[in-house]
Design a protein. Sequence first.
Length: 455
Amino acid sequence: MSTILERLEPQVREALEEGHLESLREILAEEHPADISDVLERLEPDQRYEVFQLLDIETQAEVLDRVGQDATRELFVRLPVEEAADLLDELPMDDAVEILTEDVPELKDQLLAAMETEDAAEVQRLMQYPPESAGLLMTEKYVHVGKDLTAAEALQYLQRVDEEVETVSDLYVLDDDNKLIGVFSLRELLRQRPDTRIEEFMETDIVFVLPETDQETVARTVAHYHFMGIPVVDENQIMLGIITVDDVIDVLVEENTEDILRFGAVESDGTDQPYFTIPLFRVLRSRFGWLLLLMVADTLTGTVLRLFDAQLAAVVQLSFYIPLLIGTGGNTGSQTVSTIIRGLAVRDIRFGDIFRVLRRELMGGLLLGIGLSIVAGTRAYIWDGNILLAVTVGFSIVAICTWANVIGALIPMIAHRVGIDAAVVSAPMISTLVDATGLFIYLTIAGLFLAGQMA
């Protein structure tokens, strides 16, 4: 069964090639903005702009809310200022702030001047908050009521709510000074008798965030409590706005993408956008630095080999097992660092747990090593018929797996403690480190067990 993208993209490309723009306009009018945005991100810039211009303004706004930063920038740079400003007016204001501050900052003043006065004022208020803060995700359009209303009056009020309000899943109760004093869900409202007063069933134990709160903290709070939105208040409990779950999902996706890229030793600056929209040079630039660092780190392995070149020359069979041993060590370390970084990310692990974690990983590495050593030692004996060599390989596997588990747990936890993103201490870096140290462990053990054969 083909996906919508597999069906829609060929239709769009064929219509563009044949110049059937009116028929394409009709096709796109029947499609969901999310599917249109998927297609736009796979087109060339000129094609992308041509298709975008075929959409009505409401669909354009929804598409912009979904496409990546590079595609958004390309479109806004080409659009006349008045059209671009109209689009910003159509968007939720928190999304408009993101476009103005991150995508086209050089056009910010022009676009603000061309926007509707009320929308421009809201955008400028939101732009005062720090980068990556809750204030930049916030919308000032939300449903709020007084505590003296009845359930029936609240339902009547909902029927007159501004269409620009993003969600009505939760209603916020404010006092005369605009302080947040309660919250209740639409589901809870529908369960009440018509004459029940709001203060009788509203929740007063409210979870909220400040506008300066880090966006990742906001996202984790919303995910933890399974909220559809979360209120933002100032230090005096004055209600400023809400953050909706769709913006929280965007934050979590962005953070997860950054972690995945860093875990693969790729800088996330500008490479966390849809694949076909990222300039090739930027991709290469983001990868080159890490690859250079890892290449330099790999020279440690060569240094260890030079240090033990006499032993390797005396017992040539030792070299046959180097790929097996350092590969096993690198894989073990990568597995461990993956689990530790996940634990740190979801806060299952804290720095105070370090000794508990190290004991667990030490035992895990030891048991894994014993199991793998039986297989590796047996294989070595079958290959070479040298019992001392087989014992050397077996003991080395145990030592390397244990060491890889410990180092794979320790380094991310220390990095997290000193404020470095644990994902930066990525699997390739751990693997490279374990390669060099594992080789040293192997050849040192070989020197103990095979001293007579090396003489």
